[in-house]
Design a protein around this ligand. Structure first.
Ligand code: NI
Length: 211
């Protein structure tokens, strides 16, 4: 539902941007506060490593999930900024192959320092890239097998690319992607059973508002 609404919004925005004949330059740079709002999909890498249960290694597979996400940021200069990614919790199903399945929620707040190569110019297409740090909090861990399971919180590096397509002095269409290094130690029934590497790409599409 939200995705359909978002698609319509994006199409309308792209059409509006494409048919705007004005050559006016829009402010985009130093001193801007900004927020980006959209739907984000968290796609864990395909092989999420092994857990050892009863002396046997089992493959772990963590599924995708999508949720509402938003960011807050500030531009120190035309070309340098900082952005914090926030979201509602993502809820991932996972399988310990051949044994059991389960689910886990997480919140992955991510802070990046960003470079905007075309900041301060008249360009209406404004790409950016960033590096930073991710902290992921896990909650509501459940195993179908009924045993207590816990995923430890994780700190890791983060990378980011994105682009704003400027509509006016405040609004832009936005697409962004983050790579997050999320490795979590897993405990089942009080025993350390190994580390799950989620290491997802997070893809977000939506709108930017700057002020
Ligand atoms: Ni990793």
């Amino acid at each position: 539902m939200r995705k359909n609404a978002l698609s319509s919004l994006l199409v309308a925005g792209i059409a509006a941007a494409a048919f705007t004949t004005s050559t006016q330059a829009f402010a985009y740079g130093a001193g801007d506060f900004f927020t980006r709002v959209g739907v984000a999909k968290v796609e864990p890498k395909s092989d999420n490593s092994d857990l050892t249960l009863g002396g046997v290694d089992y493959d772990v597979k963590v599924d995708d999930d999508s949720a509402f996400a938003f960011t807050l940021g500030y531009r120190f200069t035309d070309k340098l900024g900082v952005e914090l990614l926030a979201a509602e919790p993502f809820d991932h199903d996972f399988q310990v192959e051949g044994v059991t399945g389960g689910s886990v929620d997480h919140l992955p707040p991510t802070l990046t320092v960003q470079y905007y190569p075309l900041g301060g110019t008249d360009a209406r297409v404004q790409p950016y890239a960033g590096i930073g740090v991710n902290y992921t909090m896990f909650s509501d861990e459940e195993l179908e097998a009924g045993l207590p399971v816990e995923f430890d919180d994780s700190w890791g590096a983060a990378g980011q690319v994105g682009v704003d397509l400027l509509i006016d002095d405040n609004w832009a269409l936005n697409a962004a992607a983050w790579y997050l290094d999320i490795d979590t130690d897993v405990t089942v029934n009080g025993d350390d059973v190994g580390e799950v590497e989620i290491d997802p790409v997070v893809v977000m599409a939506g709108v930017s508002y700057r002020f």
